[in-house]
Design a protein around this ligand. Structure first.
Ligand code: CP
Length: 299
């Protein structure tokens, strides 16, 4: 069995296979992994990732173990690593994990029999989000190659931005960033920072990000964020007719994105959520089939 921790693990062929398999789950459904067990470990809040992984496992016929962090021995001080080793010893086949830290780095030298799937790790990566974003773009444009994708907002604290850059670069798309100076990072390479007002007229995809207040060292407000960096009514009107709007969610309406943009036919946010189930089915299936032989990848 294999684990998916980072987009860096996946070659172009594997990404294409995962997207194709996800599409086939949308078209034909599936019940392919009866007898395998999965546990969902969410150390951070989640709505769409947690529920869609549960839905994906159910649709694959997997056995879902009941586990709540609040009721677990994590509350008695057990670490993430010790918790994973305990679950592995119980004989669980696969753990889906969301955590605020870079747990993949801690696991590099650990030997686990079960597969792990990264459901969001700190500011490190969110690989299944990038895959479902890719599926949504591919469904609309037919191909990822040649697309211009502008990611806007709190880039410095965004695991979604990182995973998307890694995936989109592999697939031949151009990624550019826009947003406040305070949210710039040097940790993501080969991405140009652009003026949002110029980019909004030219981009195939506008991907808006939530400000990740919970990851900031100290709270501070950026004055008139919506006017300066949000997808507001004026910028919505400047977008190309064939462009699409993405957002990983959860959305803070009228901060990073206005109500009108949420209701616009170019907005594919709920399509992203829907695609999340199929992509996660494909990833669970891939891991349980053996995936690739790559070791865990850290930041
Ligand atoms: N996109 C995303 O990870 O959303 P949740 O936090 O609701 O899972």
């Amino acid at each position: 069995m294999a684990s998916l921790v980072s987009i860096k693990q996946l070659d172009v062929h594997t990404i294409e296979w995962l997207l194709q398999n996800a599409q086939s789950f949308i078209d034909y459904h599936g019940n392919a992994k009866k007898g395998y067990s999965v546990v969902h470990l969410f150390f951070e809040p989640s709505t769409r990732t947690h529920l869609s992984f549960q839905m994906a496992a159910q649709r694959l016929g997997m056995e879902i173990l009941d586990f709540s962090i609040d009721q677990s021995s994590v509350n008695k001080g057990e670490s993430v690593i010790d918790t994973l080793q305990t679950i592995d010893a119980i004989g669980v086949d696969l753990a889906v994990i969301r955590d605020g830290g870079d747990w993949p780095a801690l696991l590099v030298n650990e030997k686990l029999n079960m597969s792990l799937v990264n459901a969001g790790s700190g500011t490190f990566e969110h690989p299944t989000q990038a895959l479902l974003d890719a599926l949504t773009m591919q469904q609309h444009f037919g191909s990822l190659s040649g697309l211009t994708v502008t990611i806007v907002g709190d880039i410095a604290h965004s695991r979604v931005a990182r995973s998307n850059v890694y995936l989109l670069h592999k697939m031949g798309a151009t990624v550019q960033f826009a947003g406040p100076e305070a949210y710039k990072t040097t940790h993501i390479e080969n991405v140009e920072w652009v003026d949002f007002d110029e980019a909004v007229t030219q981009s195939d995809v506008i991907m808006m990000l939530r400000i990740q207040h919970e990851r900031h060292a100290e709270h501070y407000e950026i004055a008139d964020y919506h006017g300066r960096f949000g997808l507001n009514k004026a910028r919505l009107n400047m977008m190309r007719k064939d462009a699409i709007i993405l957002h990983p969610g959860p959305v803070n309406r009228n901060v990073e994105i206005c109500d009108e943009a949420m209701a616009d036919p170019r907005c594919k946010i709920l399509t992203q959520v829907k695609n999340g189930v199929a992509v996660r089915m494909a990833v669970l299936d891939w891991c349980l089939q053996g995936g690739s032989d790559e070791k865990l990848v850290s930041a």
